[in-house]
Design a protein around this ligand. Sequence first.
Ligand code: UT7
Length: 341
Amino acid sequence: MTPHAIKKAAAASEPLRSVSVIAAGSYVPEKVLTNAELAQMVDTSDEWITTRTGISERRIAASNEVTSDLAQKAAQRAMQKAGVTADEIDLIIVASITPDMPFPSTACFVQEKLKAFRAVCFDIQAACSGFIYGLEIARQFLANGTAGTALVIGSEKLSCITDWQDRATCVLFGDGAGAAVLRHRPGTRGILATSIASDGRLTGLLNLPGGGSLHPASQQTVNDRLHYLKMAGREVFKHAVNSMVDAANQALKKAAVKIDQVNLIIPHQANMRIIKAIGERLGAPAEKYFVNLNRYGNMSAASIPVALDEAEQQGRIKSGDIILLVAFGGGFTWGATLLEW
Ligand code: UT7
């Protein structure tokens, strides 16, 4: 047997290791775009946006600031908190619907910026559920010993795919990035359960049609505004509530944890009415869910890791707490992660 085969055989007989999020970090661009400013750009009002969504303002990246820059800053903050150096990272997963380029992966750009040259790097595309999907992929790499330290990053520059002439969508989104460092931490249970799912019958309700093989970029796709995000808001709303409640309940059931035992719920930050509806259906009081969408809007894959970092910074999470992360996005994709901090 080669040394590699021996190691593989030994790993196969070992029990899976627990995997913990050992630190989170986040970064949002400086520029703030308020509802009042949006009301100068399209036919909307602060009153409509606030009452229908809960959003007051969002961040907009500078023109020379790209998704991998936001990701790098969030990752560096997470690594600093974790006490992890770039050469210790084995795996970088970036979840994004706004990659720097169609290829190579944004994760490779981040690798170069972090100088984490030992890492295996790839992107995943699960829209707003990307961070939850990324956590599960990284968990499996770490649990079976394929990797020792992973970085999972949700990073989005949604301002570059937002149709600034469409009031139904342009008021909703913002730019930002969040990152988590994952490792086996002896003596802690870490990720307790995950539930992820997809439904490809509903691709038409939330997408960006242009620029792929279906509608390659052309003057016509630009004229038809196909390079902007499209969403059937009301339909998405209904599915979002049902799917996130299902995913959360499945993760709780798998881990045999009751909702009363959960210390904090971090839902995808798309709409305050969605968050309230989920809280009611799960039977969790308002003080148990974390909200920052008033300040950032919907940051897609970045929403949950930014919220996780802020919740910790605000003292809403302490060691041993049970946290429920739950997301929903285009695809449709959805999922929940239950973890012990
Ligand atoms: O992150 C991925 C998942 N995304 C989501 O979960 C988003 C889910 N959807 C939503 O959050 C909500 O559906 C929206 C916030 C997008 C829209 O809220 P809504 O209560 O579903 O509004 P609506 O689309 O049913 O529109 C109601 C009215 C319409 O006018 P009429 O037809 O009733 O006259 C819209 O034209 O509000 C109008 N409207 C606006 N008015 C002022 C739509 N956008 C605006 C706007 N300002 N920005």
